[in-house]
Ligand binder design. Structure first.
Ligand code: C5P
Length: 236
């Protein structure tokens, strides 16, 4: 089995390199990409990301940079030097931060996708208001997605339930990356607002971040293949 432009990004939510490598050895870079987040990166460092790249995995470095423009641009350049496929920032870092980061990546002949997080889906309505946003969350998410697009970035991370809204308002080539995806037969774990892979792709999502339904499966590669089959069945 081999797919062109795999849609599945497997979240490597591990606290050490050995567990993450053990999982990666059971996966197939022709079928999926992998995501390295803050915990694994802080424990294992850039050399671990390089190991993944050497194993032919395309890596989404999910470090959600948020700082002054020059610092974020430098961090994005460091990610590009590691050879990652995708890197992200917080849209609330502002237009100039995003533009400067994007400009820095222009210098690479083959640069990573640069995407933004809008509003963390873990925040409750009250917490969102506490940090200064007012009005409907969906409206704020859309405004930040529009700012991301205007700043020249490639896309945003969003809930699959927001994907349709963003897709209707922003150009088709703007990437939507969605976690909160559960195959029909899987447990929800601690995710509450979930969609199936096929439904998320139909709502306009381009890539699906999936962790436990694959990483906690007895046969991760088999679980990955089954989800891919679910995607193939809807012709994506
Ligand atoms: O195991 P599961 O499929 O729930 O993992 C989802 C991954 O996506 C985790 O790495 C989680 O941190 C990330 N994520 C999420 N919800 C968001 C943003 C990121 O689940 N809103």
């Amino acid at each position: 089995m081999e797919v062109n432009d795999p849609k599945i990004i497997v979240a490597l939510d591990y606290a050490n390199a050995a567990d993450a490598i053990n999982m990666v050895e059971q996966l197939d870079p022709k079928l999926c990409r992998v995501k390295v987040g803050k915990e694994l990166f802080t424990r294992t460092g850039p050399s671990f990301v390089e190991q993944l790249v050497k194993r032919d995995f395309q890596v989404f470095l999910d470090l959600k940079f948020h700082d002054i423009p020059n610092t974020v641009a430098g961090a994005c350049a460091a990610a590009a030097d590691l050879g990652v496929w995708m890197v992200n920032v917080h849209a609330s870092g502002g237009r100039r931060m995003m533009e400067v980061a994007r400009e820095r990546l222009e210098k690479y002949s083959s640069r990573p996708y640069l995407i933004a997080v809008t509003i963390l889906t873990s925040l409750s309505q009250r917490e969102i208001e506490e940090v200064g946003y007012s009005g409907e969350t969906a409206k704020n998410v859309l405004a930040l997605a529009e700012l991301t697009h205007e700043s020249g970035l490639d896309g945003v991370v969003c809930s699959p339930l927001e994907a349709g809204l963003v897709r209707n308002e922003i150009a088709d080539d703007f990437l939507l990356i969605t976690p909160g995806v559960r195959p029909r037969t899987a447990k929800k774990d601690d995710q509450t607002r979930v969609m199936t892979p096929a439904d998320a792709l139909q709502a306009g999502s381009n890539y699906l971040v999936i962790g436990r339904p694959i990483t906690a499966a007895v046969e991760p590669l088999e679980a990955l293949r089954e989800i891919q089959a679910e995607i193939d069945a809807v012709g994506r």
